[in-house]
Ligand binder design. Structure first.
Ligand SMILES: Nc1nc2c(c(=O)[nH]1)N[C@H]1C(S)=C(S)[C@@H](COP(=O)(O)OP(=O)(O)OC[C@H]3O[C@@H](n4cnc5c(N)ncnc54)[C@H](O)[C@@H]3O)O[C@H]1N2
Ligand code: MOO
Length: 415
């Protein structure tokens, strides 16, 4: 296998070709948040299911306008939850959401009436046909297409599905993913004091929290030292937990303890590439394990992990979930930017929106791959291709949101 760094596009093609679409499964609507709809949803019913009142007031009927000054006998009362009622003449005391009695066709708000006697009312305003009536099917008509396949289900979809009485939806099976962090310097327990030379494991918690947001099910998380045997055992536990993708962090570069490439070989894995012409994350390794699970060996620097996840793992998750690949937005740079040629750069960036709604993207200071503070300030990734070395302020660059399922402007209110 060549040690030459592959172009990103070439490397991504290899990854996507290795990912197969998973099937669909039923999911309860109250547990479907963040899942990707596999089959479109069509409504079998009308919403609202019956004509009902938009106001507390009086329901009545008429051929055309019923004029102000009309006096009517109050014939009955209809509250939300009351069933069918037949009305012939007069007015019905009605509450918001109550079914309109059959035979009536309009509602006047109570504050536009004057009660003359317990069962007599005078209208203080004209009332037109259909006034304050929420017609059956006016929100959703039976047979209407509501949600497309590929929709990432959110609380507003749950509201709609619940209103329609839909209890289950068909969603893409979540790819099962395991996370293995390597490095004898790593400390997992936040209560444990650091010995000289030790650092806290931040890649593990990052991967374990970001992967579910990216549509994966995390089935195993483990940290091992710089020890090929311990790594091999962790890989076996990850596979036993059902992982179809294993994401490792660290030990893929040139150091004496960078044992992952060797360890993978002894596990019978096929390394499909090692090194991509990107920054950060150049030593990224991708391979296939004997049972077919995919292995992403992400370089240990935290931003190399974030880039490997966003620009390699997330695209293959899309493939497995049956989603088309993303198209970046083109956004103007707020400041000039220059970089080394021949590497594609993935830059911690922040989208800004001015008072007229114009977007610009700011490449944040502190792009080194050990610097995690700027990632916490970022809300997007700007990508500058390998063959570009300098861009003036105002140049258009490709921009991706923080995560592939989170939309382009995940925190518009915070821009
Ligand atoms: N001689 C060379 N040295 C390095 C090269 C190179 O080409 N030649 N590439 C550099 C680049 S670029 C990267 S990226 C790193 C990748 O190194 P490894 O994948 O072998 O990762 P480690 O050495 O294990 O760790 C790198 C760095 O990240 C810290 N780290 C590791 N795991 C975690 C974690 N779970 N949480 C937080 N931080 C973590 C680790 O302590 C190191 O500081 O190699 C360069 N070197
Ligand atoms: O490619 Mo490395 O991620 O720059 O530190």
């Amino acid at each position: 296998m060549s040690q030459e760094a592959l172009a990103y596009e070439h490397a991504l093609r290899i990854v996507l070709d290795a990912g197969t679409r998973l099937g669909a499964e039923d999911c309860l609507v109250n547990a479907c948040l963040g899942r990707v709809l596999a089959v479109p949803v069509t409504s079998a019913v009308d919403l609202p299911p019956f004509d009902n009142s938009a106001m507390d007031g009086f329901a009545l009927r008429g051929d055309s306008i019923v004029p102000a000054g009309t006096e009517l006998q109050v014939e009955g009362e209809q509250a939300a939850g009351d069933g069918m009622a037949q009305a012939r003449t007069g007015a019905w005391d009605i509450m918001t959401g109550a079914r309109i009695p059959d035979g009536l066709d309009r509602v006047i708000a109570v504050e536009q009436t004057e009660r003359l006697a317990p069962s007599r009312v005078r209208l203080l305003a004209d009332v037109i046909p259909g006034q304050n009536v929420r017609a059956a099917g006016s929100d959703v008509a039976r047979g209407e297409n509501l949600l497309d396949a590929g929709t990432v289900l959110q609380a507003q979809h749950v509201m709609l599905l619940a209103a329609l009485g839909i209890a289950k939806v068909s969603v893409g099976v979540r790819p099962r993913v395991a996370v293995i962090c390597t490095g004898r310097e790593l400390v997992d327990d936040p209560d444990q004091a650091l010995e000289p030379g030790q650092i806290r494991n931040s890649n593990g918690p990052f991967l374990a929290t970001r992967l579910p947001l990216a549509g994966a099910e995390v089935v195993h998380v483990e940290t091992v030292g710089d020890d090929a045997d311990a790594f091999g055992s962790a890989m076996r536990r990850a596979l036993d937990a059902g992982a179809r993708i294993i994401v490792t962090s660290g030990a893929v570069s040139m150091g004496r303890y960078d044992f992952v490439p060797q360890a993978l070989e002894s596990l019978g894995a096929q390394t499909l590439f090692h090194k991509v012409a990107i920054r950060p994350g150049k030593p990224l390794l991708f391979g296939c394990l004997p049972g077919g699970a995919l292995l992403f060996g992400l370089p240990g620097n935290p931003i190399a992990v974030a880039v490997g996840l966003r620009f390699f793992v997330e695209p293959v998750l899309r493939e497995m979930l049956g989603l088309p690949q993303e198209t970046p937005r083109r956004v103007r740079l707020s400041k000039p930017y220059s970089k080394k040629p021949r590497l594609r750069f993935h830059l911690k960036s922040r989208l800004h929106c001015d008072a007229l709604g114009r977007l610009t993207v700011e490449v944040l200071d502190g792009q080194e791959s050990y610097r995690i503070r700027p990632l916490a300030d970022a809300n997007a990734w700007a990508v500058v291709p390998a063959d570009v070395d300098a861009l003036p302020a105002g140049a258009l660059v490709d921009v991706y949101g923080s995560g592939h399922l989170e939309g382009f402007l995940p925190c518009e209110s915070a821009l």
